[in-house]
Write a protein that binds this ligand. Structure first.
Ligand code: SAH
Length: 402
């Protein structure tokens, strides 16, 4: 394979999932992704426990990304349809799933048939970056543990924008790496994981957020689930019948299917080390395709951020790093004198209709903590006086306001 190139990589990914389909099904059932556990929860070694944890991850992503019931969903990298069957079944969504593996697509269609949801869940062998679906044809683009295989993630975010209707939701969960420089040993570990799992490279969660924002998404947010999913690689827990039979079985599989199949067996110890040392991370990213009305807010993000910046004393570099999802107060503590100063400055610039202090006082504490630059800009866009804006540098709005 040529790991760096789209076509060579796609062929290798297709082959990898074709030849490991039954191995994953033995290990994880219909879900080809991590499980999710609460802090301190110790997984048992029973299949039921494992399956409860993988089901749980799907529900966690639904909740985090706020996927609405009944949505039209594109499932990017659908595997054998485990997550899609939950979306189409319990949640009444209509799902189009795409995978590079023809065997996975066929198996997923079989499972949809058996579950009685074939009318609402269809699976295709297609490349996520060229599905051919029309513009704005989905309410949700869902990618659960597939972005690691994509050679061009910025292109994925751009394509997700095209496919989502305005106001639609992007829901991603992905393997990732710690942000920042890695030392030689860490890079070597990452290189081995990538090679065995047929992945071109990893991005940090923060990088995913930046790529989503750069593609024009709003309300971009992420959550680090590394500690919730790391149990998935617990050696006793990850055991399956075939593993117990040891090296003979691995050799036989490699003879029958090719050596690439061994990547499946190597992942366990490498990923465990990755999570134990904090090099490998895991998380979810959510984002929204802005509504047309949000254009006014988008245009205000930078000037509003600039006003807020002066008051909390952030520097120019901070301003350059601002994306719509940037929290307005990095230390999560909106002090009352800051809020009062922001409110005055915004009113001064955008007219008396803008009263940030009153707006914030009507929010719940969680909402205040999560308040982003885009939220403030959206509020300003909706309440500014028509003639207020860039032309007036200072001074209170005229008494009549317009
Ligand atoms: N989301 C599924 C499967 C995850 S495994 C689940 O959670 O169960 C990764 C999946 O991504 C595989 O189905 C693989 O075929 C798919 N994939 C990887 N690169 C892809 C691409 N370029 N286009 C479509 N699917 C891709």
């Amino acid at each position: 394979m040529e790991p760096g190139t789209g076509a060579g990589l796609n062929t290798a990914v297709e082959r990898y999932y074709d030849i490991t389909l039954d191995l994953y099904e033995d290990l994880w059932g219909e879900h080809v992704h991590h499980g999710f556990w609460d802090p301190g929860e110790v997984p048992g070694v029973t299949g039921a426990d494992r399956h409860a944890a993988t089901d749980r991850l799907v529900r966690e992503l639904v909740d985090f990304a706020r996927v609405p019931a009944g949505s039209r969903v594109l499932d990017v990298g659908c595997g054998i349809g485990g997550p899609a069957l939950h979306l189409a079944g319990a949640m009444g969504c209509t799902v189009e799933g795409v995978t590079l593996s023809a065997r996975q697509a066929a198996r997923a269609n079989e499972k949809a048939q058996a579950a009685g949801v074939a009318g609402r869940a269809r699976f295709h062998q297609l490349d996520a970056l060229s599905t051919g679906f029309p513009d704005a044809s989905f309410d949700v683009v869902w990618a659960l543990e597939s972005l690691m295989h994509l050679p061009d993630r910025p292109a994925f975010f751009a394509e997700a924008m095209r496919l989502l209707r305005p106001g639609g939701t992007l829901a991603v969960a992905t393997w990732s790496v710690r942000e920042g420089e890695l030392d030689d040993a860490e890079q070597d570990l990452v290189r081995q994981i990538l090679q065995h799992q047929v992945m071109p490279d990893f991005s940090s969660l923060e990088e995913h957020e930046r790529q989503a924002a750069a593609a024009g998404f709003a309300d971009v947010a992420s959550v680090d689930w590394s500690s919730a999913v790391a149990n998935s690689w617990d050696p006793s827990f990850a055991q399956i019948r075939r593993f117990e039979q040891g090296r003979t079985v691995m050799r036989q599989l490699a003879r029958e299917r090719g050596v690439d199949v061994l990547g499946f067996f190597h992942a366990g110890p490498l990923m465990k080390k990755g999570f134990d040392t904090g090099v490998v991370t895991y998380g979810a990213v959510r984002a929204t395709r802005p509504e047309p009305g949000d254009a006014a807010a988008a245009a205000l993000i930078r000037p509003v951020a600039d006003l807020l910046r002066g008051i909390v004393g952030e520097d120019g570099a901070w301003l350059d790093s601002v994306v719509p999802g940037t929290r307005i107060d990095g230390d999560l503590l909106v002090e009352s004198h800051e809020l009062a100063a922001w409110s005055l400055a915004l009113r001064d610039r955008y007219g008396d209709g803008v009263d940030l202090a009153a707006y914030v006082s009507g929010l719940e504490i969680d909402e205040i903590v999560e308040l982003t630059v885009a939220d403030v800009a959206g509020y300003v866009a909706a309440h500014r006086s028509d003639d207020a804006g860039g032309s007036r540098d200072s001074g209170p709005a005229p008494a009549d306001g317009r």
